[in-house]
Design a protein. Structure first.
Length: 443
């Protein structure tokens, strides 16, 4: 009896009650459901390490106590301890960084596990460059710096005098690409120079404070740098389409905060004001649109998607690059898949390479080490003959012989229809024959 009155024993009993009460309550709740008690699922599969890990994750995800308490624990860590868990790292007030990308950038070169040749970015990029060259298509590579590479001083005061950092592995990859004669756009240097200008303090930031992505100012500077290089090399000639700009400010809650998957935190943080600038045609005032028959194809990840495919639209990198080149472009975007997945998507869409002379391949710096599925060697899609390869004296059946048909318009029709239908090589070939059947040769 005296032991029960002892505070230490009381604490022990309370502790044991919590340990036993949570799983018992969970089992009683699950017993009333159709799926039954999850704890017994451990006996339904062989006790391998993979099955046991999956079983453990299943129990954690299904636990109602954890689901109820986790958001409040996350909020307490975020608000009081300035800790963002596995996804977010705190910088100066209002600035957040993507922790996995930061950890990868700071990793010592000798601690990084060496992968096979298919996980080597340089081998994959050089192989893709060589494949494109066999079809007369040039490749330009655009590695976009991590936010912490451009703003280390916003992450820690110890980097106050530094305007930019290039991780050793990133520097090695860039040097190897240049040694292999791959055309690389150096945004690291361009952004560093922009930050060192006398008026830099009064200019808009190149990256969003709450997000991993570049800001509208970073988008515009990148578009100017790439366009200047394309014209200098003679790969692209400026077109005749005149574009203008329209201010379209939005408010955006950063993806770093959304990765926390904590609605309480999202409700407490004010979305960031983003001064987006839409690109519109001067002749009709319409927002920028891709042209499937463009000679330039842009492959990219979420950096080419932001502002372009999502809100406000026509304000992203592709639109601003088109404005600088005075010609519409074609884009293929795969969120998070800049290293391999976007090339696999292109492999399944042969129409996207028809009529192309330049491929601009954008990927973010952290994908050098963290790219989804690594850096695999991916073949190009099968070459598809366009309907433009017909005798010059050719018109559509029933058309005016004197008017004839612009063969480039026929190419455009195939590319637009095939891109819209999202079809593979056999279907594109059928589409070519379908248009060919509408042509007759004239004297």
């Amino acid at each position: 009896m005296n032991r029960i009155r002892d505070p230490q024993w009381c604490l022990i009993l309370v502790f044991l009650g919590i340990i036993a009460g949570v799983p018992l309550t969970q089992m009683l709740r699950e017993a009333r459901q159709e799926d039954g008690v999850r704890a017994f699922e451990v006996f339904s599969q062989p006790p391998t390490s993979a099955h046991l890990r999956a079983y453990e994750r299943s129990l954690e995800d299904a636990n109602w106590v954890a689901r109820s308490c986790r958001p409040w624990v996350q909020f307490a860590q975020f608000a009081w301890l300035k800790y963002g868990g596995e996804k977010a790292a705190f910088g100066e007030p209002g600035w957040f960084f993507y922790r996995p990308g930061l950890n990868d950038m700071l990793a010592r070169k000798d601690t990084i596990k060496a992968g096979g040749i298919t996980n080597d970015p340089v081998s994959a990029i050089v192989d893709y460059r060589d494949q494109l060259e066999t079809r007369g298509i040039r490749l330009m590579v655009l590695p976009v710096p991590n936010k912490e590479s451009v703003y280390p001083d916003r992450l820690t005061a110890r980097a106050e005098l530094r305007h930019g950092l290039v991780a050793p592995r990133t520097r090695e990859v860039l040097d190897r690409l240049r040694a292999a004669d791959v055309e690389v756009v150096d945004l690291f240097n361009a952004y560093s120079q922009a930050r060192q200008r006398p008026d830099a303090a009064s200019q808009a930031s190149l990256y969003l404070a709450q997000d991993t992505h570049w800001s509208p100012a970073g988008v515009q500077l990148a578009a100017q740098v790439v366009a200047r290089r394309l014209v200098e090399l003679g790969w692209v000639q400026p077109g005749q389409v005149e574009y203008s700009e329209r201010s379209t400010p939005i408010r955006r809650l950063g993806d770093v905060l959304r990765m926390l998957q904590a609605p309480i935190i999202e409700r407490c943080v004010r979305p960031e004001a983003v001064p987006c600038v839409q690109v519109i045609r001067r002749d009709n005032g319409e927002s920028y649109k891709d042209a499937p028959d463009s000679e330039v194809l842009v492959l990219g990840d979420s950096f080419t998607r932001i502002y372009e495919r999502d809100e406000p639209g026509a304000a992203g990198f592709i639109a601003h690059l088109a404005k600088e080149l005075k010609r519409p472009l074609m884009g293929l975007v795969n969120d998070g898949g800049g290293s391999t997945l976007v090339r696999r998507e292109l492999r399944d869409r042969p129409a996207f390479l028809m009529n192309k002379k330049v491929v601009l391949w954008e990927f973010v710096e952290r994908d050098i080490g963290l790219g989804l599925e690594g850096w695999k060697l991916v073949p190009l899609p099968p070459a598809v003959e366009s309907p433009g390869h017909v005798p010059l004296k050719t018109v559509r059946k029933g058309a005016d012989d004197e008017a004839g048909d612009d063969l480039r318009a026929l190419d455009r029709e195939v590319i637009q229809v095939a891109a819209h239908r999202d079809v593979g090589a056999p279907a594109v070939a059928e589409l070519v024959e379908e248009i060919r059947a509408q042509l007759v040769e004239v004297d």
